[in-house]
Design a protein around this ligand. Sequence first.
Ligand SMILES: O=C(CO)[C@H](O)[C@H](O)COP(=O)(O)O
Length: 429
Amino acid sequence: MVQIQVALDVVEPDRAVRIAEEAAAGGADWIEAGTPLIKSAGMDIIRRLRKIFPDKIILADMKTMDVGAAEVEMAAKSGADVVTILAAADDAVIRQSLLSAKKYGVRIMVDLISFPDPLARAKEVEVLGVDLINVHVGIDAQMTGVSPIETLKKLAAETDMEIAVAGGLTPETAGEAADAGADIVIVGSYIINSDNVTQSAADIRKAVDLSAKSRAPAAEKKSKETEMIEIFKKVSTSNISDAMHRKGAMQGISSKNPGKKIVGRAVTVRSFGGDWAKPVEAIDISGPGDIVVIYNGDRDIAMWGGLATLTAVNRKLEGVVIDGAVRDFDEVQKSDFPVFASNVVPNAGDPKGLGEINVEIICGNQTVNPGDYIIGDDSGVVVVPKERAYEIARRSEEVWKREKRLFEEIKNGKTLASALELLKWENKK
Ligand SMILES: O=C(CO)[C@H](O)[C@H](O)COP(=O)(O)O
């Protein structure tokens, strides 16, 4: 039977243990002390997991690169059954790890993460005596859209080693992995960031246990663009800003029609001193999914009002974001059209026609290029450069999931400080 391994990639040991208990209740067979957890809690977390789960396989995700014998020994003596060594490590490290593993009665799993030619390396380590290999796409690489399944399929046809697979697996891809020949399906984020860990582990268990024949045909693969838009619609601007390391938020611009969220591509406009010609001309070259993003630089002369709003509604624009002022506030509000701006004033400027459309602009102190992704909600507006949009979308979804999980923990009696073990993690510099 294919084994399910839950990867405890959190840095708070108490949370890790709670999640492990919930995942075990959902059908996880192997419990992995993830690398960040081991770095945070040391071998104590292995001892603790061993005590709580005497009958489960405990994997120490050491990702050892050097001094294999010593690292295997300490994980083994703490209670691990399986220890990971990086495929990128020198053969000497792998040999030493295998010797130590034999001595202390544990198994070695070689992790192919980021190895340029994983199939060739898998054959080499098999010759060295390794019998457990992990086809693995790391978390940061997953965010760019890389998946382990194709490599898994190729490796399964060529090796007798037991194969584990990891890399952002969900029930759908975990099922595919089982069909492709995986013996151990390793799942982190999908389970540990779920607001119902037990159910999510059970979903993976069910997907893996279904035979290939009884599995529903895989859903048609979405384009990256569709996937991105769906994620941006689901997450908040706060999640996106976190995913961008607190960058991307426009300053001084807020929703003038609260409750309206926008997700779309920027049509940029630069104009000056209330000049509203270029902004309203930009509406005519925009359509569904477009957001007109305007730098006007004057908070006291409006360059957008009720008539521009009506035109934008008729052309089915997604919204408008203005570093500058709007007027006709009552008409804007009645329209329900998403308008984000820095100020509301009654007086307008003149349509002189100065400025440009679809050039790089600065709006709310952020650089915006034509085609960049703009997301606005009641917390504000963020700009996501188009070149990094897929990665940022995927990362913001992880932030969203983690917050949902924390929300559940706080609902169940934890405080935010205790859930995140804040005292331990205060900056000691
Ligand atoms: O070892 C890891 C990262 O290096 C993870 O434990 C592994 O990738 C599983 O987690 P996820 O399902 O989130 O990818």
